[in-house]
Design a protein around this ligand. Structure first.
Ligand code: HEC
Length: 142
């Protein structure tokens, strides 16, 4: 019974249907000072273009902390939900000085928004090498 409940809970989290439009606003207010949504653009933090599905610490030109580079994580929506709640508790030693998004709805929405950042706004997007074939596939299917 507990196993069943846990399974349902996991499925619910995985399918958490955030609102990407509201997420864009959450992003603008909380993340965009430090993160670009454009491919290849570094601010204090690495670009979050095509972050969903990419291995943590994998933008070659970005000087990640050792903790982030060696975390072994892949940024699935589930990991993003947990990370964004309290970044430095989830991954001790990372240098993202952001306390976290307390509100679960904010996290769901911003993760839904991040999931939309796969199509380069201009042709020949650079800096997204690990995802480029996947982006092309996604573009092709839309
Ligand atoms: C004060 C600046 C700052 C803010 C605000 C901030 N971040 Fe970050 N973020 C960083 C830095 C710096 C890193 C690199 C961490 C490291 O290397 O340890 C990072 C890393 C990340 C990563 C890992 C990226 C990768 O390539 O592995 C994700 C995902 C992320 N941030 C998401 C967010 C989201 C979503 C928000 C808003 C809710 C946010 N961040 C707000 C500075 C910030």
């Amino acid at each position: 019974m507990i196993a069943l409940l846990l399974t349902l809970l996991l499925v619910a989290t995985a399918n958490a249907a955030g609102d990407p439009a509201r997420g864009a606003e959450v992003f603008r207010q909380n993340c965009s000072d430090c993160h670009s949504r454009e491919p290849g653009e570094t601010r204090t933090g690495p670009t979050l273009f095509s972050v969903v599905g990419r291995p943590a610490g994998s933008i070659v030109e970005y000087p990640y902390s050792v903790a982030m580079r060696h975390s072994g994580l892949v940024w699935t929506p589930d990991h993003l939900m947990l990370y964004l709640r309290a970044p430095r508790k989830y991954l001790p030693g990372v240098k993202m000085s952001f306390p976290g998004l307390r509100d679960k709805k904010d996290r769901e929405d911003v993760v839904a928004f991040l999931g939309t950042l796969h199509t380069a706004p201009r042709a020949g997007g650079n800096g997204a090498a690990p995802q480029s074939s996947k982006s092309a596939a996604i573009r092709g299917s839309q």
